[in-house]
Write a protein that binds this ligand. Sequence first.
Ligand SMILES: Nc1ncnc2c1ncn2[C@@H]1O[C@H](COP(=O)(O)OP(=O)(O)OP(=O)(O)O)[C@@H](O)[C@H]1O
Ligand SMILES: [Mg+2]
Length: 311
Amino acid sequence: MGLSRILPRSQPPPEPVAPEPDETDEPEVATQPTSGPRLHAVPSSEVVGDVEEHAMASVIAFANQKGGVAKTTTTLNLGVALKEAGQRVLIIDLDPQGNLTMSQGMNPDVIERSMFDVLVHRVPISDVIHTVEVDIAVASIDLAGAELALSALIGRERALEKALVEVRDKYDYVLLDTPPSLGLLTINAFVAADGVIVPVQCEYLSLRGLVQLENTLAMVRENLNPAVRVQGIVPTMYDGRTLHAREAIEILQENFGDLVFETRIRKTVRYAEAPVKGSSVLRYDPTRPSAQAYRDLAKEVLDGAQAREHA
Ligand SMILES: Nc1ncnc2c1ncn2[C@@H]1O[C@H](COP(=O)(O)OP(=O)(O)OP(=O)(O)O)[C@@H](O)[C@H]1O
Ligand SMILES: [Mg+2]
């Protein structure tokens, strides 16, 4: 994958001439037709004789060391959309900020047992899973000390991979929300993951950080998890009225081709409103294009998984 080619074609895309509003009003039409076939659940388990055999979960890390690009928003809303489509879903909060935990209505400051205890004290992950819209393994304020505590442990990069063994046959998708850094928590996610989905804000400067992310992934592939790869790139906070956003998508497509999902997650305040209610946009505002966008993304993820199965 040519991540190292992500350089300006000649110079950075020009700024749009006209001043633009900060926020895009949500259009009445969705980013993709809403009238197409509804999501179909992919059978996640097969009955072989009398024994029901569950497939192993697909583990996907949502990562970008740049802050505020919609990693957490995408982990939650894609997770809820996959569940709507009939999948068994676990989302895991690996960020000491605890935003994913908060966006499901829980307060990381008062949570007693969290992913910190799972990673550092080997507490079973099932002890920190709460069931809200989807199953969620929560973060607490302690997680801020996890990088330091882990760094002294042997097998520090594999703590999450080991913890997931307990639950890999209980879910179809395990989605990992990572912090905005490429530290030990994110490395743990890369080691445990089958694939990485990279949310990217549709701005030129956001694209440059992808080179660093790919270098880190290459190191992980070489030393710890040969199979992990970028599974897709999600353009987020897209405002199609600006030349800048359209140029950013063009640059992404030139560099990453089919890895760029078709779904564009548009810029709208609804994504910021929903977490205040402890809710995904799919529950907060189920009929709006903002919810449909994540259903479209879920369909793309499921279609990609099916294509790989039949390859
Ligand atoms: N498509 C969108 N349009 C407008 N605002 C959005 C969109 N997606 C997310 N947001 C808002 O932008 C902010 C950052 O989003 P989010 O927390 O998901 O990013 P993040 O990459 O997880 O951030 P961090 O790096 O701090 O973990 C939040 O307030 C969120 O509600
Ligand atoms: Mg986040």
